[in-house]
Design a protein around this ligand. Structure first.
Ligand SMILES: C[S@@+](CC[C@H](N)C(=O)[O-])C[C@H]1O[C@@H](n2cnc3c(N)ncnc32)[C@H](O)[C@@H]1O
Length: 278
């Protein structure tokens, strides 16, 4: 009796392509996310501003909650919350990130399936919204509502940590290709609309066997400027919002060191942190 394989008799077994075997969340994290550097920056900045260590952290737009997991690794008193609206990415984080923690650290991370505008969590020392995720709020009223809700979710001396990108290349419609060991990461600024400030970006992945994942992720954002953000943070009740600008590596790139800056440089493309104090 013939085995029922679902394959026509005589058909050759096709090897799955690299794209078919890839995990888009894993590729995203390898290409654009450095939770160790993020948590280092947040903890040292908090200690410098407040004179003591932060304990409770909320990662908004957390995706798989990698930064929340990194936070929990930093000590037995370090508790973290990861808030995301997408149950599938939280589930991926539970299976691939929380599972890597020791049981005691895992106990200190809680994933919250919610819209960040509605999330209710215990008061935090730090709330972070990174990789520009809060740019999903494309009008002033909604972004102000978000900043106000974070203000209410922070302890008395809490911080909101954001990041932003800009420079004259930020509104250019273009692709940037970065090679990694087994794939190429493509950042695609597909469309920018000057009248609304809205930008559509995609992430694609390409593989050495010529397979690809097009539009692995798509973002419909507003390209907010630093002065707009600082004014909104003040309106939401934050007492001060400081821009931390990246230092120069001497070769036209950033060196990963961020320091307070009042003016900045007219770089083609920059990334900065914005730290708002309650
Ligand atoms: C670019 S990923 C950020 C992942 C990771 N935190 C990082 O820094 O790279 C954006 C995430 O925001 C989530 N998201 C979008 N709108 C949201 C909202 N209103 N509330 C909560 N999460 C939201 C998406 O589900 C997605 O996982």
């Amino acid at each position: 009796m013939a085995l029922r394989t679902g394959r026509p008799r005589g058909a050759a077994r096709r090897r799955p392509t690299m794209a078919e075997r890839a995990d888009r969340y894993e590729l995203y994290e390898r290409a654009v996310h450095d939770p160790v550097a993020e948590v280092d920056f947040i903890r040292s900045t908090y200690a410098a501003l407040r004179g003591h260590r932060p304990l409770v952290f909320r990662e908004d737009f957390s995706g798989p909650a990698s930064a929340a997991c990194e936070w929990a690794r930093r000590g037995p008193q370090c508790r973290a919350f990861g808030v995301d609206i997408d149950a599938a990415v939280l589930d991926w984080g539970r299976r691939h990130r929380l599972s890597r923690l020791r049981p005691a650290a895992r106990e200190r991370v809680r994933l919250v399936h919610a819209d960040v505008l509605e999330a209710r969590t215990p008061h935090a020392d730090v709330v972070a919204a990174l990789n520009f995720s809060y740019w999903v709020f494309r009008d002033r009223a909604t972004l102000l509502r978000y900043f106000r809700s974070v203000h209410g979710a922070l302890r008395r001396d809490g911080l909101l940590v954001l990041d932003a990108f800009g420079g004259y290349e930020a509104s250019r419609e273009m692709e940037e290709h970065t090679r990694f060991r087994h794939f190429t990461y493509v950042w695609d600024q597909a469309e920018f609309r000057p009248v609304t400030g809205e930008i559509t970006c995609h992430i694609h992945f390409r593989f050495p066997d010529r397979s690809r994942i097009d539009r692995a992720f798509t973002y419909e954002w507003r390209l907010w400027t630093l002065p707009e953000l600082r004014e909104l943070l003040a309106e939401a009740g934050f007492s001060r919002a400081t821009v931390y600008w990246e230092g120069d590596d001497g070769d036209g790139g950033g060196n990963g060191e961020f320091t307070p800056e009042a003016a900045g440089d007219a770089d083609a493309g920059w990334i900065a942190y914005l730290v708002a104090e309650k």
